[in-house]
Design a protein around this ligand. Structure first.
Ligand code: PRP
Length: 180
């Protein structure tokens, strides 16, 4: 275990099993569709997305958006800004937003409204983690991996000051690490 980690919340195998389950549900729900355009929200969702798409049996296209909502602190600022937009037009496409975590919901709320305006065939959301106790705006999540308590988590794509994204598990940091 990494020395900055207090405890592991979800192990590699728990994440793997959850992704298999999500992939099966998604594959079943979209089985009549020609394809799914999976939109990963950079950077946190990259690792989750790369594992999730390999558990989906329907043809998948990749695209990415980058938005900025946080400063380098652990608190949401509420400001959402597009840093990188989609490469392709998603009109008439079945779009699945993939997030690593939904916290206040501000980022997702913005993304849903933004993508809905592009005349997509359908729009759904899949997140690995959901922290409902922090919600500021009500957002609909179609596929939810794990509901978590209000603890700051890192790993499996999630960072603290851009560190720990490559940990293969989801973990809680030792408080002294983010109080530094
Ligand atoms: C995280 C996460 C979501 C957002 C959720 O991204 O990936 O996009 O925050 O927070 P919210 O529900 O309070 O809006 P972050 O801005 O930390 O960027 P990153 O993915 O590059 O780490």
């Amino acid at each position: 275990m990494h020395p900055d980690v207090k405890e592991i919340m979800f192990s590699e195998s728990e994440i793997k099993n959850k992704i298999k389950e999500l992939g099966e549900r998604i594959s079943n729900d979209y089985k009549e569709c020609e394809s799914i355009t999976v939109v990963g929200i950079l950077k946190g969702a990259v690792i989750f997305m790369s594992d999730l798409v390999r558990s989906i049996s329907v043809p998948v296209f990749f695209d990415f958006m980058a938005v900025s909502s946080y400063s380098s602190s652990t608190e949401s600022s509420g400001v959402v800004r597009i840093l990188k937009d989609l490469d392709k037009n998603v009109e008439s496409k079945h779009v699945l937003i993939v997030e690593d975590i939904v916290d206040t919901g501000l980022t997702l709320n913005y993304l849903i409204n933004n993508l809905r305006n592009r005349n997509v065939a359908s729009l759904k959301v899949c997140t690995l983690l959901d922290k409902p106790s922090r919600r500021k705006v009500d957002v609909r999540i179609d596929y939810n991996g794990f509901e978590i308590p209000d603890e700051f988590v890192v790993g499996y794509g999630l960072d603290f000051n851009e560190c720990y994204r490559n940990l293969p598990y989801i973990a809680v940091l030792k408080p002294e690490v983010y109080r530094k």
